[in-house]
Design a protein around this ligand. Structure first.
Ligand SMILES: [Zn+2]
Length: 201
């Protein structure tokens, strides 16, 4: 068991049950493309408006709407949405995605005491959550080769003990599918319409 103390904090306190779909690694059924695709971060399902803290002190590099498209999908349905990118004092770049509100600007110095934004479901998100992506170094490149599994470096918590259910409709029905034992069978018809993904801050 790894008992080494983490140098990071959790950006928000996980509250809801964690789906396999939320984890870093290969997703079997991506909810924009509906096929297997790498997931470079860890998704923390959260109530809209939950305050987000940086996992370590650092400097804000980017704070903007990012609608980078994937394989022909439009900007509002994919990408990080409203995102903040911070260069940690340890040299790693960290991305906080799908925010509703951004509360910092490039050049700002931040510590773990600061609130950098509030959670939402902007960009390529179908259930309100924070996408936390930790890059190995200060790089713009994403993907599994350039990122680390956040669960390997964040303070250890027992995610299996989280029992809260996400109940806010229209997202909750999809959330229940994602956290079920067979989360891979959902289709486009299971995706609720949400204005929040078009929420450009
Ligand atoms: Zn994600």
């Amino acid at each position: 068991m790894n008992t080494e103390k983490s140098k990071y904090i959790w950006p928000i306190t996980p509250k809801y049950k964690v789906a396999e779909h939320d984890k870093w690694g290969i997703r079997k059924n991506h909810y924009v493309l509906f096929k297997e695709r790498a997931h470079s971060g860890f998704d923390i399902t959260a109530d809209i408006g939950t305050e987000v803290h940086p996992i370590m002190s650092g400097t804000v590099l980017l704070a903007e709407f990012d609608g980078t498209t994937t394989e022909g999908f439009d900007a509002f349905n994919d990408g990080y949405g409203n995102k903040v990118e911070i260069l940690n004092d340890d040299g790693r770049r960290v991305v906080y995605g799908h925010l509703r509100k951004i509360l910092v600007k490039p050049g700002d110095r931040v510590t773990t005491e600061n609130i950098i934004g509030k959670t939402g479901s902007s960009g390529g998100s179908r259930v309100p959550h924070l996408h936390l992506e930790i890059r190995k170094e200060n790089t713009e490149k994403t993907g599994l080769d350039y990122t680390i599994n956040p669960l390997d470096v964040l303070p250890k918590i027992d995610l299996d003990s989280l029992t809260a259910e996400f109940t806010l409709e229209p997202y909750a029905s999809l959330w229940r599918k994602l956290t079920s034992k067979e989360p891979w069978n959902f289709s486009k018809e299971d995706i609720p319409y949400s204005e929040d993904k078009n929420y450009i801050q």
